[in-house]
Design a binder for this molecule. Structure first.
Ligand code: BES
Ligand code: ZN
Ligand code: MN
Length: 497
């Protein structure tokens, strides 16, 4: 997507469509009507007919009959002007992107609205997010080139006020980078296991590191063995394809700044292993590396933005397969920190591999450690696809994430880690078992991880419900959502303020 900014009058800007945001309250609707019909008198009827009222997310496409350099005029409703939020603007822009894509439009000229309860920077940011994120598709496997995702290639924001335009630019340019990061996470997560197995995921991390300017180190099976990452090796036992452990380092901060660590679950396909999953819906488990996808994309985005922080990304990656060599229920794993784990269920594999990453993370003495994982079906039941489950040991970190969740609408919702729940994962033959059964499943998953975090300020984000969508959301089509990139980047950009 290319962004441009123009102070020309709207009629003089050439694009496939002019986009005008229209509020629904009488005062602002009338104002918009006046401005638009002055520019294009033929549009009078659409306002008088009642077919377009400025209702949120409603889109009407008109033609300019040679009265403007652009042939189409796209009106989009934003509801009451004084109630417009970033999210309302994202969704309105998303409705435009979908309408434009259905006509295969490539360029839009967006009139920057005034009189809304949003400043120009917010308008630029939210409109860009909505336009870039909606109508996404993974298109690489289509042989029919008519089947496209979002067809938009260029957006020109238009305002005759130079100062407004400068603010819009600031918001839009930021949002473009973050939206591209989100799309990257979606694509990495949507690509199936036969093209995104552990070594391919490592290649993808390498590519992003090279293009974004951060260091990527990939540990192969030999190094993983030498480091005694026994959880990762145990889960990998049933696979032909070897595991990898990916380390990404972005140094945007000062030399002495302690890093912030992001850990992502990288199960490139989760069959459940010997505790095998039912066939129905199993294909979704190609997205069980969404945590990893988010971490790669967040490092890329942070690097692209030049955030003044030191970040480390850690990804344990493997398939979870059943076979004659697979881990079986009852097996005991002894971790390098001495903790022993009884494998009660081979389908609780995410926590087994994250444990190694959390042990590894401690050597950096980070100021914070956040793991992201499609960890439990229980979290999907508890919070659906609207909020990510948040559990952790550090109140400041949790409140930072909470704020970022509200800002981005990638909500996080805290679940408690009361020690009483630990009862559920007690083992008769080891220190802890990897499954606590059905009750409090998201919490026992997090409590398991807590055994491996030492004294790091730590938060676990269970993105099982928010990462893997079975139906479309306003600016997020079904499939991998890219969740976490906007959330983490918003938190990170405000880290020092
Ligand atoms: N990857 C799954 C969790 C999952 C389920 C993510 C549905 C997205 C949608 C995870 O590895 C898993 O299988 N968890 C088990 C844990 C249980 C055996 C303790 C689960 O949730 O059933
Ligand atoms: Zn899994
Ligand atoms: Mn599983």
């Amino acid at each position: 997507m290319k962004l441009a900014f123009s102070s020309l009058p709207l009629v003089n800007v050439k694009a496939d469509a002019l986009v005008v945001f229209v509020p629904s309250d009488e005062k602002h609707f009338k104002e918009a009507q006046k401005r638009i019909t002055f520019m294009l008198p033929e549009t009078q009827e659409v306002f008088e007919s009642g077919d377009f009222t400025g209702k949120r997310d409603s889109v009407t496409m008109l033609y300019t009959n040679g009265k403007a350099k652009s042939v189409r005029l796209c009106l989009v409703g934003v509801g009451e002007a004084d109630k417009v939020t970033l999210e309302i603007m994202r969704r309105a822009a998303a409705a435009v992107a979908k309408a434009a894509t259905s006509k295969k439009l490539k360029s839009l000229a967006v009139a920057v609205p005034s009189g809304l309860a949003l400043d120009a920077e917010g308008i630029g940011e939210a409109a860009t997010e909505g336009l870039c994120l909606a109508a996404y598709k993974l298109t690489r496997y289509f042989s029919d080139k008519e089947r496209t995702g979002n067809t938009l290639e260029a957006i020109t924001f238009c305002s005759e006020a130079k100062k407004t335009l400068a603010s819009v630019k600031k918001g839009a340019e930021y949002a473009l980078v973050v939206a591209q990061g989100t799309l990257l996470a979606r694509t990495l997560a949507n690509i199936p296991n036969n093209d995104m197995y552990p070594e391919k995921l490592a290649e993808a991390a390498h590519k992003e590191g090279k293009e974004g300017g951060f260091k990527v180190t990939v540990l192969d099976k030999k190094r993983i063995e030498a480091l005694k990452m026994h959880g990762l090796l145990a889960v990998n036992q049933g696979s032909k394809r070897p595991p990898v452990f990916i380390i990404m380092e972005y140094n945007g901060g000062s030399k002495g700044d302690k890093p912030i660590i992001l850990v992502g679950k990288g199960v490139t396909f989760d069959t459940g292993g010997i505790s095998i999953k039912p066939a129905t819906g199993m294909a979704e488990m190609k997205m069980d590396m969404h945590g990893a996808a988010t971490v790669i994309a967040t490092l890329r985005t942070a690097a692209q933005l030049g955030l003044p922080l030191n970040l480390i990304g850690l990804i344990p990656a493997t398939e979870n397969m059943p076979s004659g060599s697979a881990l079986v229920p009852g097996d005991v794993i002894v971790y390098s920190n001495g903790v022993s784990v009884e494998v009660d269920n081979t389908d609780a594999e995410g926590r087994l591999i994250l444990a190694d990453a959390l042990i590894y993370a401690q050597q950096y003495k980070p100021q914070a450690c956040i793991d992201l994982a499609t960890l439990t079906g229980a979290c999907v039941i508890a919070l659906g696809s609207v909020a990510t489950g948040m559990m952790g040991t550090d109140a400041t970190l949790k409140s930072r994430l909470k704020l970022a969740g509200e800002y981005t609408h990638e909500y996080v919702c805290e679940l408690p880690l009361h020690e009483e729940y630990e009862e559920l994962i007690k083992s008769d033959i080891a220190d802890v078992k990897n499954s606590g059964g059905r009750s409090a499943g998201a919490i026992t998953g997090a409590l398991f991880l807590k055994r491996f975090v030492g004294d790091m300020p730590w938060v676990h984000l269970d993105i099982a419900g928010t990462a893997i969508l079975s139906s479309d959301m306003p600016y997020t089509p079904k499939g991998a959502s890219g969740v976490g990139v906007r959330l983490l980047i918003d938190m990170l950009r405000k880290w020092k303020t």
